[in-house]
Ligand binder design. Structure first.
Ligand SMILES: [Zn+2]
Length: 450
Protein backbone atom coordinates (compact mmCIF):
# COMPACT_ATOMS: atom_id res chain seq x y z
CA UNK A 1 0.00 0.00 0.00
CA UNK A 2 2.83 2.45 0.83
CA UNK A 3 5.63 1.25 -1.48
CA UNK A 4 4.93 3.22 -4.69
CA UNK A 5 4.73 6.57 -2.90
CA UNK A 6 7.84 5.82 -0.79
CA UNK A 7 9.80 4.79 -3.89
CA UNK A 8 8.71 7.85 -5.80
CA UNK A 9 9.39 10.54 -3.21
CA UNK A 10 12.12 8.84 -1.18
CA UNK A 11 10.54 10.47 1.88
CA UNK A 12 10.85 9.24 5.50
CA UNK A 13 8.97 6.01 6.11
CA UNK A 14 6.62 7.35 8.78
CA UNK A 15 5.16 10.07 6.55
CA UNK A 16 2.58 7.80 4.91
CA UNK A 17 0.31 5.11 6.27
CA UNK A 18 -2.35 3.85 3.89
CA UNK A 19 -4.77 1.09 4.76
CA UNK A 20 -7.26 -0.64 2.54
CA UNK A 21 -10.88 0.10 3.42
CA UNK A 22 -13.17 -2.83 2.70
CA UNK A 23 -12.71 -5.73 0.30
CA UNK A 24 -11.43 -5.29 -3.25
CA UNK A 25 -13.72 -6.15 -6.14
CA UNK A 26 -12.69 -8.83 -8.58
CA UNK A 27 -13.84 -6.86 -11.62
CA UNK A 28 -11.21 -4.25 -12.46
CA UNK A 29 -12.32 -1.16 -14.30
CA UNK A 30 -12.07 2.60 -14.59
CA UNK A 31 -12.98 5.02 -11.81
CA UNK A 32 -11.98 8.53 -10.85
CA UNK A 33 -9.94 9.76 -7.93
CA UNK A 34 -10.78 13.45 -7.80
CA UNK A 35 -12.08 15.51 -10.71
CA UNK A 36 -9.20 14.87 -13.14
CA UNK A 37 -7.41 11.64 -12.23
CA UNK A 38 -8.63 8.45 -13.88
CA UNK A 39 -7.60 5.13 -12.32
CA UNK A 40 -7.92 1.54 -13.50
CA UNK A 41 -8.02 -1.56 -11.33
CA UNK A 42 -9.89 -3.10 -8.43
CA UNK A 43 -11.56 -0.97 -5.79
CA UNK A 44 -13.74 -1.59 -2.75
CA UNK A 45 -16.36 1.10 -3.30
CA UNK A 46 -18.75 2.30 -6.00
CA UNK A 47 -18.68 1.01 -9.56
CA UNK A 48 -15.96 0.54 -12.14
CA UNK A 49 -16.50 0.88 -15.85
CA UNK A 50 -14.98 -1.22 -18.60
CA UNK A 51 -14.53 1.84 -20.77
CA UNK A 52 -13.82 5.50 -20.11
CA UNK A 53 -17.22 6.91 -20.96
CA UNK A 54 -19.92 8.92 -19.22
CA UNK A 55 -19.36 10.03 -15.63
CA UNK A 56 -16.94 7.74 -13.81
CA UNK A 57 -17.43 6.97 -10.12
CA UNK A 58 -15.26 9.21 -7.89
CA UNK A 59 -13.61 7.07 -5.21
CA UNK A 60 -12.08 10.14 -3.53
CA UNK A 61 -15.39 10.60 -1.68
CA UNK A 62 -14.85 7.26 0.09
CA UNK A 63 -11.49 8.14 1.66
CA UNK A 64 -11.55 8.33 5.46
CA UNK A 65 -8.84 9.12 7.99
CA UNK A 66 -8.21 7.79 11.46
CA UNK A 67 -5.36 9.44 13.33
CA UNK A 68 -2.54 9.60 10.81
CA UNK A 69 -3.86 6.65 8.80
CA UNK A 70 -5.59 7.16 5.47
CA UNK A 71 -8.13 4.48 4.54
CA UNK A 72 -8.33 4.09 0.76
CA UNK A 73 -10.86 2.16 -1.32
CA UNK A 74 -8.02 0.73 -3.45
CA UNK A 75 -4.38 -0.31 -3.21
CA UNK A 76 -2.25 2.49 -4.74
CA UNK A 77 0.64 0.10 -5.45
CA UNK A 78 -1.65 -2.10 -7.56
CA UNK A 79 -3.29 0.81 -9.40
CA UNK A 80 0.06 2.41 -10.27
CA UNK A 81 1.54 -0.90 -11.43
CA UNK A 82 -1.54 -1.45 -13.61
CA UNK A 83 -1.06 1.94 -15.26
CA UNK A 84 2.73 1.72 -15.69
CA UNK A 85 2.54 -1.81 -17.07
CA UNK A 86 -0.40 -0.86 -19.30
CA UNK A 87 -2.65 -3.65 -18.00
CA UNK A 88 -5.61 -1.30 -18.30
CA UNK A 89 -5.10 -1.52 -22.05
CA UNK A 90 -4.56 -5.26 -22.37
CA UNK A 91 -7.48 -5.98 -20.02
CA UNK A 92 -9.91 -3.79 -21.85
CA UNK A 93 -13.04 -5.18 -23.41
CA UNK A 94 -12.25 -5.45 -27.05
CA UNK A 95 -14.45 -3.65 -29.51
CA UNK A 96 -14.28 -4.45 -33.23
CA UNK A 97 -10.65 -5.35 -33.99
CA UNK A 98 -8.72 -2.57 -35.60
CA UNK A 99 -7.08 -3.29 -38.90
CA UNK A 100 -3.52 -3.20 -37.61
CA UNK A 101 -4.26 -5.36 -34.60
CA UNK A 102 -4.95 -8.33 -36.85
CA UNK A 103 -1.59 -10.09 -37.00
CA UNK A 104 -2.04 -11.21 -40.64
CA UNK A 105 -2.65 -7.64 -41.82
CA UNK A 106 0.28 -6.29 -39.84
CA UNK A 107 2.58 -9.05 -41.14
CA UNK A 108 1.63 -8.19 -44.67
CA UNK A 109 2.30 -4.51 -43.97
CA UNK A 110 5.74 -5.25 -42.54
CA UNK A 111 6.49 -7.56 -45.47
CA UNK A 112 5.67 -4.80 -47.95
CA UNK A 113 7.13 -1.94 -45.88
CA UNK A 114 10.59 -1.91 -47.53
CA UNK A 115 8.90 -1.41 -50.91
CA UNK A 116 6.62 1.42 -49.78
CA UNK A 117 7.65 5.06 -49.85
CA UNK A 118 7.02 7.30 -46.83
CA UNK A 119 4.18 8.97 -48.75
CA UNK A 120 2.36 5.65 -49.25
CA UNK A 121 3.15 4.45 -45.73
CA UNK A 122 1.84 7.58 -44.10
CA UNK A 123 -1.53 7.21 -45.83
CA UNK A 124 -1.86 3.60 -44.65
CA UNK A 125 -0.82 4.61 -41.14
CA UNK A 126 -3.15 7.61 -41.02
CA UNK A 127 -6.05 5.34 -42.01
CA UNK A 128 -4.98 2.76 -39.46
CA UNK A 129 -4.61 5.32 -36.63
CA UNK A 130 -7.60 7.46 -37.66
CA UNK A 131 -9.52 6.97 -34.40
CA UNK A 132 -6.77 8.34 -32.14
CA UNK A 133 -8.58 11.57 -31.35
CA UNK A 134 -11.47 9.65 -29.81
CA UNK A 135 -9.37 7.82 -27.21
CA UNK A 136 -10.15 9.44 -23.83
CA UNK A 137 -7.53 7.67 -21.74
CA UNK A 138 -4.60 8.13 -21.51
CA UNK A 139 -4.84 11.83 -22.34
CA UNK A 140 -3.11 12.94 -25.52
CA UNK A 141 -0.64 14.62 -26.02
CA UNK A 142 0.41 14.39 -22.37
CA UNK A 143 -0.45 12.05 -19.54
CA UNK A 144 0.99 11.99 -16.03
CA UNK A 145 -1.80 10.14 -14.25
CA UNK A 146 0.73 8.17 -12.16
CA UNK A 147 2.43 11.29 -10.79
CA UNK A 148 -0.90 13.10 -10.28
CA UNK A 149 -2.12 10.16 -8.23
CA UNK A 150 1.08 10.00 -6.16
CA UNK A 151 0.90 13.71 -5.41
CA UNK A 152 -2.76 13.50 -4.42
CA UNK A 153 -2.00 10.61 -2.09
CA UNK A 154 0.77 12.59 -0.39
CA UNK A 155 -1.61 15.53 0.06
CA UNK A 156 -4.17 13.22 1.75
CA UNK A 157 -1.50 11.83 4.03
CA UNK A 158 -0.12 15.25 4.98
CA UNK A 159 -3.61 16.51 5.80
CA UNK A 160 -4.35 13.42 7.92
CA UNK A 161 -1.14 14.04 9.88
CA UNK A 162 -1.46 17.82 10.07
CA UNK A 163 1.88 18.21 8.28
CA UNK A 164 2.66 21.37 6.37
CA UNK A 165 5.76 20.06 4.62
CA UNK A 166 7.49 16.74 3.95
CA UNK A 167 11.21 16.27 3.20
CA UNK A 168 12.19 14.08 0.26
CA UNK A 169 15.08 13.39 -2.16
CA UNK A 170 14.77 15.79 -5.09
CA UNK A 171 14.05 14.09 -8.42
CA UNK A 172 17.15 15.26 -10.30
CA UNK A 173 20.85 15.70 -9.46
CA UNK A 174 22.66 18.96 -8.74
CA UNK A 175 19.43 20.87 -8.19
CA UNK A 176 18.29 20.57 -11.83
CA UNK A 177 14.60 21.41 -12.04
CA UNK A 178 13.79 18.80 -14.72
CA UNK A 179 15.50 16.48 -17.19
CA UNK A 180 15.62 16.08 -20.98
CA UNK A 181 17.15 13.42 -23.20
CA UNK A 182 17.50 13.05 -26.96
CA UNK A 183 17.52 9.69 -28.76
CA UNK A 184 17.95 8.73 -32.41
CA UNK A 185 16.70 5.37 -33.76
CA UNK A 186 18.62 4.52 -36.93
CA UNK A 187 16.08 2.85 -39.24
CA UNK A 188 17.66 2.36 -42.65
CA UNK A 189 20.82 2.92 -44.65
CA UNK A 190 19.96 6.56 -45.40
CA UNK A 191 19.62 7.19 -41.67
CA UNK A 192 22.88 5.43 -40.88
CA UNK A 193 24.68 7.55 -43.45
CA UNK A 194 23.25 10.73 -41.92
CA UNK A 195 24.45 10.01 -38.37
CA UNK A 196 27.71 11.99 -38.68
CA UNK A 197 25.83 15.09 -39.78
CA UNK A 198 23.26 14.59 -37.04
CA UNK A 199 26.04 14.49 -34.44
CA UNK A 200 27.33 17.78 -35.90
CA UNK A 201 23.84 19.26 -35.47
CA UNK A 202 23.53 18.05 -31.86
CA UNK A 203 27.06 19.21 -31.08
CA UNK A 204 26.32 22.67 -32.47
CA UNK A 205 24.19 23.32 -29.36
CA UNK A 206 26.27 21.13 -27.03
CA UNK A 207 23.76 18.28 -26.75
CA UNK A 208 24.80 14.61 -26.72
CA UNK A 209 22.28 11.94 -27.69
CA UNK A 210 21.97 8.16 -27.86
CA UNK A 211 21.81 6.26 -31.15
CA UNK A 212 19.72 3.08 -31.31
CA UNK A 213 21.24 0.64 -33.81
CA UNK A 214 19.40 -2.28 -35.49
CA UNK A 215 21.97 -5.12 -35.37
CA UNK A 216 20.62 -7.35 -38.19
CA UNK A 217 19.23 -7.10 -41.73
CA UNK A 218 18.61 -3.36 -41.98
CA UNK A 219 22.13 -2.04 -42.77
CA UNK A 220 25.76 -3.03 -42.20
CA UNK A 221 26.99 -2.06 -38.72
CA UNK A 222 30.74 -1.53 -38.96
CA UNK A 223 33.16 -1.03 -36.08
CA UNK A 224 34.15 2.34 -37.58
CA UNK A 225 30.52 3.48 -37.48
CA UNK A 226 30.09 2.49 -33.82
CA UNK A 227 33.48 3.91 -32.89
CA UNK A 228 32.65 7.32 -34.30
CA UNK A 229 29.53 7.51 -32.12
CA UNK A 230 31.50 6.48 -29.02
CA UNK A 231 34.52 8.70 -29.61
CA UNK A 232 32.33 11.75 -30.11
CA UNK A 233 30.73 11.21 -26.68
CA UNK A 234 27.37 9.92 -27.91
CA UNK A 235 25.82 6.70 -26.65
CA UNK A 236 25.00 3.42 -28.42
CA UNK A 237 21.94 1.27 -27.69
CA UNK A 238 20.47 -1.82 -29.31
CA UNK A 239 17.32 -1.21 -31.38
CA UNK A 240 15.35 -4.44 -31.73
CA UNK A 241 17.05 -7.34 -33.56
CA UNK A 242 15.96 -6.99 -37.19
CA UNK A 243 13.03 -4.58 -36.74
CA UNK A 244 10.49 -6.81 -38.51
CA UNK A 245 7.67 -5.90 -36.09
CA UNK A 246 7.58 -9.47 -34.75
CA UNK A 247 9.78 -9.25 -31.64
CA UNK A 248 6.89 -9.82 -29.21
CA UNK A 249 4.72 -11.97 -31.50
CA UNK A 250 5.61 -15.30 -29.86
CA UNK A 251 7.25 -16.03 -26.49
CA UNK A 252 9.56 -18.83 -27.65
CA UNK A 253 10.78 -16.79 -30.56
CA UNK A 254 11.17 -13.75 -28.29
CA UNK A 255 13.46 -15.72 -25.95
CA UNK A 256 15.64 -16.83 -28.88
CA UNK A 257 15.82 -13.30 -30.20
CA UNK A 258 16.47 -11.87 -26.73
CA UNK A 259 19.62 -14.03 -26.48
CA UNK A 260 20.96 -12.52 -29.69
CA UNK A 261 19.89 -9.03 -28.63
CA UNK A 262 21.72 -9.47 -25.31
CA UNK A 263 24.83 -10.65 -27.18
CA UNK A 264 24.74 -7.52 -29.37
CA UNK A 265 24.32 -5.45 -26.22
CA UNK A 266 27.54 -6.89 -24.81
CA UNK A 267 29.34 -6.51 -28.16
CA UNK A 268 28.32 -2.86 -28.51
CA UNK A 269 28.82 -2.10 -24.81
CA UNK A 270 25.19 -0.92 -24.75
CA UNK A 271 23.34 -0.46 -21.46
CA UNK A 272 19.98 0.38 -23.04
CA UNK A 273 17.42 -1.17 -25.39
CA UNK A 274 14.53 0.03 -27.51
CA UNK A 275 12.23 -2.26 -29.53
CA UNK A 276 11.22 -1.64 -33.16
CA UNK A 277 8.12 0.57 -33.51
CA UNK A 278 7.84 0.56 -29.67
CA UNK A 279 6.28 -2.91 -29.59
CA UNK A 280 6.46 -4.18 -26.04
CA UNK A 281 5.38 -6.76 -23.50
CA UNK A 282 6.70 -5.69 -20.14
CA UNK A 283 5.93 -9.12 -18.65
CA UNK A 284 8.77 -10.56 -20.78
CA UNK A 285 11.41 -7.96 -19.91
CA UNK A 286 13.11 -10.37 -17.48
CA UNK A 287 14.86 -11.96 -20.49
CA UNK A 288 16.51 -8.69 -21.53
CA UNK A 289 19.96 -8.15 -20.00
CA UNK A 290 19.97 -4.38 -20.12
CA UNK A 291 20.11 -1.78 -17.41
CA UNK A 292 17.33 0.28 -18.97
CA UNK A 293 14.66 0.24 -21.66
CA UNK A 294 13.11 3.07 -23.69
CA UNK A 295 10.22 1.32 -25.47
CA UNK A 296 7.24 2.48 -23.42
CA UNK A 297 5.52 5.75 -24.42
CA UNK A 298 3.53 7.65 -21.81
CA UNK A 299 0.68 7.98 -24.36
CA UNK A 300 0.72 5.65 -27.37
CA UNK A 301 -2.22 6.90 -29.47
CA UNK A 302 -0.01 7.34 -32.54
CA UNK A 303 1.98 4.11 -32.22
CA UNK A 304 0.98 0.76 -33.75
CA UNK A 305 0.67 -0.67 -30.22
CA UNK A 306 -1.66 1.56 -28.24
CA UNK A 307 -1.77 2.16 -24.48
CA UNK A 308 0.97 4.00 -22.58
CA UNK A 309 2.46 4.03 -19.08
CA UNK A 310 0.67 7.30 -18.06
CA UNK A 311 3.92 8.51 -16.53
CA UNK A 312 6.50 11.23 -17.15
CA UNK A 313 9.09 9.86 -14.74
CA UNK A 314 11.42 6.82 -14.83
CA UNK A 315 10.18 3.66 -13.09
CA UNK A 316 11.36 0.10 -12.57
CA UNK A 317 10.02 -2.91 -14.47
CA UNK A 318 11.65 -5.63 -12.33
CA UNK A 319 15.39 -5.00 -12.61
CA UNK A 320 15.11 -2.85 -15.75
CA UNK A 321 14.65 0.89 -15.43
CA UNK A 322 12.11 2.29 -17.88
CA UNK A 323 12.82 5.71 -19.35
CA UNK A 324 9.43 6.38 -20.94
CA UNK A 325 9.07 8.25 -24.21
CA UNK A 326 7.13 11.34 -23.16
CA UNK A 327 6.90 13.38 -26.40
CA UNK A 328 5.67 12.84 -29.94
CA UNK A 329 8.09 11.18 -32.39
CA UNK A 330 9.29 13.15 -35.40
CA UNK A 331 7.63 10.69 -37.80
CA UNK A 332 4.21 10.99 -36.13
CA UNK A 333 4.49 14.77 -35.93
CA UNK A 334 5.37 15.25 -39.60
CA UNK A 335 3.49 12.38 -41.24
CA UNK A 336 0.53 11.44 -39.05
CA UNK A 337 -0.43 14.75 -37.40
CA UNK A 338 0.91 16.49 -40.52
CA UNK A 339 2.38 19.38 -38.52
CA UNK A 340 5.61 20.87 -39.82
CA UNK A 341 6.37 22.98 -36.76
CA UNK A 342 7.99 22.58 -33.34
CA UNK A 343 4.89 23.93 -31.55
CA UNK A 344 3.65 20.63 -30.18
CA UNK A 345 7.15 19.72 -28.97
CA UNK A 346 7.36 23.09 -27.21
CA UNK A 347 3.94 22.57 -25.64
CA UNK A 348 5.06 19.17 -24.34
CA UNK A 349 8.37 20.56 -23.05
CA UNK A 350 6.60 23.35 -21.14
CA UNK A 351 3.97 21.07 -19.59
CA UNK A 352 6.41 18.33 -18.55
CA UNK A 353 9.16 20.61 -17.21
CA UNK A 354 6.58 22.66 -15.35
CA UNK A 355 5.91 19.50 -13.33
CA UNK A 356 9.67 18.63 -13.06
CA UNK A 357 9.35 15.55 -15.29
CA UNK A 358 11.49 13.77 -17.86
CA UNK A 359 11.17 15.13 -21.41
CA UNK A 360 12.42 12.44 -23.77
CA UNK A 361 12.64 12.75 -27.55
CA UNK A 362 12.87 10.27 -30.40
CA UNK A 363 14.07 11.87 -33.62
CA UNK A 364 15.17 9.55 -36.46
CA UNK A 365 18.15 10.49 -38.65
CA UNK A 366 16.16 8.93 -41.52
CA UNK A 367 13.32 11.45 -41.27
CA UNK A 368 15.35 14.62 -40.87
CA UNK A 369 17.58 14.16 -43.92
CA UNK A 370 14.83 16.24 -45.53
CA UNK A 371 15.66 19.95 -45.17
CA UNK A 372 12.19 21.07 -44.05
CA UNK A 373 12.10 18.52 -41.24
CA UNK A 374 15.70 19.25 -40.29
CA UNK A 375 14.94 22.96 -39.84
CA UNK A 376 12.23 22.04 -37.31
CA UNK A 377 14.60 19.74 -35.50
CA UNK A 378 17.02 22.65 -35.23
CA UNK A 379 14.30 24.76 -33.60
CA UNK A 380 13.80 21.95 -31.08
CA UNK A 381 17.54 21.75 -30.36
CA UNK A 382 17.77 25.48 -29.79
CA UNK A 383 14.80 25.32 -27.42
CA UNK A 384 16.47 22.55 -25.43
CA UNK A 385 19.74 24.48 -25.22
CA UNK A 386 17.76 27.47 -23.95
CA UNK A 387 16.05 25.27 -21.34
CA UNK A 388 19.47 24.05 -20.17
CA UNK A 389 20.92 27.56 -19.95
CA UNK A 390 17.90 29.44 -18.57
CA UNK A 391 15.65 26.88 -16.86
CA UNK A 392 18.15 24.53 -15.17
CA UNK A 393 17.14 21.56 -17.35
CA UNK A 394 19.52 18.62 -17.00
CA UNK A 395 20.21 17.39 -20.54
CA UNK A 396 21.68 13.95 -20.13
CA UNK A 397 22.46 10.75 -21.96
CA UNK A 398 20.02 7.96 -21.13
CA UNK A 399 22.79 6.02 -19.37
CA UNK A 400 23.40 9.01 -17.07
CA UNK A 401 19.69 9.22 -16.22
CA UNK A 402 19.67 5.46 -15.60
CA UNK A 403 22.65 5.73 -13.26
CA UNK A 404 21.21 8.68 -11.35
CA UNK A 405 17.74 7.16 -10.92
CA UNK A 406 19.27 3.92 -9.63
CA UNK A 407 21.39 5.82 -7.13
CA UNK A 408 18.43 7.95 -6.05
CA UNK A 409 16.33 4.82 -5.55
CA UNK A 410 18.67 3.87 -2.67
CA UNK A 411 19.02 7.31 -1.07
CA UNK A 412 17.22 8.08 2.17
CA UNK A 413 16.17 11.23 4.00
CA UNK A 414 17.24 10.98 7.64
CA UNK A 415 16.64 13.35 10.54
CA UNK A 416 19.65 15.36 11.55
CA UNK A 417 19.24 17.26 14.80
CA UNK A 418 16.40 19.65 14.10
CA UNK A 419 16.58 19.18 10.32
CA UNK A 420 17.00 16.59 7.62
CA UNK A 421 19.73 15.36 5.32
CA UNK A 422 20.11 12.92 2.42
CA UNK A 423 22.11 9.78 3.14
CA UNK A 424 23.57 7.09 0.86
CA UNK A 425 25.82 6.58 -2.16
CA UNK A 426 25.53 9.48 -4.57
CA UNK A 427 24.29 11.93 -1.90
CA UNK A 428 26.83 14.54 -3.09
CA UNK A 429 24.74 15.19 -6.19
CA UNK A 430 21.41 14.81 -4.43
CA UNK A 431 19.40 17.67 -2.98
CA UNK A 432 17.05 17.70 -0.05
CA UNK A 433 13.63 18.99 -1.13
CA UNK A 434 10.31 19.71 0.55
CA UNK A 435 6.79 19.03 -0.64
CA UNK A 436 4.78 21.92 0.77
CA UNK A 437 1.01 21.87 1.13
CA UNK A 438 -0.63 24.80 -0.64
CA UNK A 439 -4.39 24.39 -0.38
CA UNK A 440 -5.13 21.01 -1.98
CA UNK A 441 -1.94 20.92 -4.02
CA UNK A 442 1.79 20.44 -3.52
CA UNK A 443 4.54 22.94 -4.21
CA UNK A 444 8.15 21.83 -4.19
CA UNK A 445 11.18 23.66 -2.82
CA UNK A 446 14.78 22.55 -3.33
CA UNK A 447 17.35 23.23 -0.61
CA UNK A 448 20.71 24.72 -1.50
CA UNK A 449 23.69 22.50 -0.60
CA UNK A 450 25.50 23.43 2.63
ZN1 LIG B 1 12.84 1.87 -35.29
Amino acid sequence: MNQAIRDYFRCPEDVVDFQLAGKLSADPGYFRFGPETICYGDSSSGVRRKQVMGALYDALNDVTTDGGTVHLPFDPDEIIETLRREHYWTHRQRGPTRLGERPAVWNLYYHLRPFLSVSVRKHLQRAHLSDWKEIRFPKWPLDRTVEDLLERLLVLSMKARGMHRVPFVWFWPDGATNCALMTHDVEDLAGRDFCSQLMDLDDSVGIKASFQIVPEERYPVSDTFLEEIRVRGFEINVHDLNHDGRLFADYGQFLRRAERINAYGREYGALGFRSGALYRNQAWYGALEFSYDMSVPSVAHLDPQRGGCCSQMPFFIGKILELPLTTIQDYSLFHIVNDYSADLWKQQIDAITDKHGLVSFLVHPDYIVDKRARAIYQVLLERLAWMRDERKTWIALPREVDRWWRERSKLEVVSDGGGWRVEGKGKERARLAFAVLVGDKLAFTIEEPN
